[in-house]
Design a protein around this ligand. Structure first.
Ligand code: GLN
Length: 485
């Protein structure tokens, strides 16, 4: 098997057996990036020199008997993670060539465990989008069909794993940005519960919804990556001080006797036939594996899109106020005073979708409208949370589609923001409720595009979620399907 086709756990075995080295792995992935990325555009920055230096160091550490779980494993990061001395753009012009003076916590943890960072990945600007078409660095293309989007906002993170350009990646998920691109690119993606992974050093979009999580080839790799980055961090007051379980230790406990809920509100008109069929087959497989399937109800689902787009834009308008031309970013100043400098900088630096979100969010927070929009949305959010609490009294896990369709064509939805927002309908609620969720490959559409199934688990129930996912993966081989590049 080619080095770039190995999963993380296979790389770990080969590294331990001495049949490969961190340098060989890193060179193989850098070569693959060189050969494929002109087409895919998953990378904003490739860190070839730093990566090779880190790989040499990893090999030296291993030779000295100093082995960490990720020693020598090549990974890549969504360009929303601040990285010491490596340009961090958030796919926006406004950050210019920002060179952060520190590593965020998740990045620091990966480095401490020996991972080799091969580069920074394309995304929707400030993580706002569902197609990776809102990037100042051009769209990412889906490795399965380059006329299609990879999903967003972690489109680069999903495409990179799918195109075998790194062993695994980190993304962020505010309303589906890990799960939806994972589904569209045929890889595994996990959004941890709110508070499971530190957000320190992750450029903020909507702080009460944002979470960091892995995108990987398979479920075992997902458990490895989650274990590497999860945990309490004094630098993020919203991270939760709960022990991090050994996710690998319990991964193969199966689903016999588990109750899996199907929310009736998620099986709606507009769900593509291919998606419906893939989900039906998945449900049948879970039955075969001994799970009990139960219908559940999440009655406030119909308000999720509206609720999310008020909460997320309100928080975004506040978070993005810091890009004012004074700190971080490129300044546009024609000498007409401070207020003009702010406005010219922001007009030139932000893309259209980001401006739209800032305007929507500022409006929702403005006096006279605050109660009608923001406060109302917070109340609806509480109801959505309660729906899940009730459902989890009945079932261990909830199974739904990730998105209503497989990957759509580039340009197909860019002129209609509402259509774009509606593609998040199945993923947003997990963020509003703070629970964990995964996307797992479960089929291929008639047009040859991957389809994912979403599994949702209780807050801090990642171990059980991974178990449920692993049981399906062991019994099928969707995860080993690859695009031809
Ligand atoms: N597509 C959603 C949005 O545009 C979710 C993005 C995300 O999870 N970062 O807000």
């Amino acid at each position: 098997m080619a080095l770039i086709d190995l999963t993380i756990h296979e790389m770990q075995e080969q590294l331990a057996a001495g049949t490969t080295t961190a340098v060989a792995l890193t060179e193989a992935f850098l070569q693959q990036i060189k050969e494929t990325d002109e087409q895919i555009n998953a990378f904003i920055t490739v860190c070839d020199q730093q990566a090779l230096a880190a790989a040499r160091e990893a090999d030296a550490q291993r030779a000295a008997g100093n082995v960490q779980p990720l020693t020598g494993i090549p990974v890549a990061l969504k360009d929303i993670f601040v990285t010491e001395g490596v340009r961090t753009t958030c796919a926006s012009k406004i950050l210019g060539d920002y060179l952060p003076p520190y590593d965020g916590t998740a990045v620091r943890k990966l480095k401490e465990q020996g991972a080799v960072i091969v580069g920074k990945l394309n995304m929707d600007e400030f993580a706002m989008g569902s197609s990776n078409e809102n990037s100042a660095f051009g769209p990412v293309r889906n490795p399965w069909n380059t006329d299609c989007v990879p999903g967003g906002s972690s489109g680069g993170s999903a495409a990179c794993v799918s195109a075998r350009q790194a062993g695994a990646t980190l993304g962020t998920d505010t309303g589906g940005s890990i799960r939806q691109p994972a589904s569209h690119c045929g890889v595994v993606g996990l959004k941890p519960s709110y508070g499971r992974v530190s957000r320190y050093g992750v450029i903020a979009y909507a702080s009460s919804l944002d979470q960091v999580g892995p995108l990987t080839r398979d479920v075992r790799d997902c458990a490895i990556m989650l274990g590497a980055v999860a945990g309490y961090d004094p630098a993020d007051s919203t991270s939760v001080d709960l022990p991090v379980p050994n996710y690998l230790a319990t991964i193969d406990q199966g689903v016999a006797g588990k109750k899996i809920g199907l929310p009736k509100e998620y099986f709606i008109d507009g769900l593509d036939d291919d998606v419906k069929q893939a989900i039906d087959t998945t449900v049948a497989k879970y039955k075969e594996l001994g799970a009990e399937i139960v219908e559940v109800s999440l009655p406030h689902t119909k308000y999720a899109v509206a609720c999310y787009y008020v909460v997320a834009t309100a928080e975004a308008s506040s978070n993005l106020a810091r890009y004012d031309g004074v700190r971080y970013c490129q300044r546009v100043d024609e000498g007409n005073g401070l207020a003009e400098m702010y406005s010219q900088t922001r007009a030139a630096g932000f893309g259209d979708e980001v401006k739209r979100r800032i305007m929507l969010g500022t409006y929702a927070l403005s006096s006279g409208y605050y109660d009608a929009y923001y406060i109302k949305a917070q109340k609806v959010r509480a109801l959505i949370q309660q729906d899940f609490t009730k459902a989890f009294e009945q079932v261990d896990c909830i199974l739904t589609p990730v998105a209503p369709t497989a990957a759509f064509g580039l340009g197909e939805k860019t002129s209609d923001p509402l259509q774009m927002y509606l593609s998040d309908i199945f993923t947003l609620s997990a963020n509003l409720a703070g629970i964990c969720g995964m996307s797992l490959p479960c089929g291929i559409s008639q047009k040859g595009l991957p389809i994912g199934v979403q599994l949702l688990g209780k807050a801090f129930g990642e171990a059980e979620l991974l178990q449920t996912a692993y049981a399906f993966e062991q019994a099928t081989d969707w995860h080993s399907q690859q695009p031809e590049l």
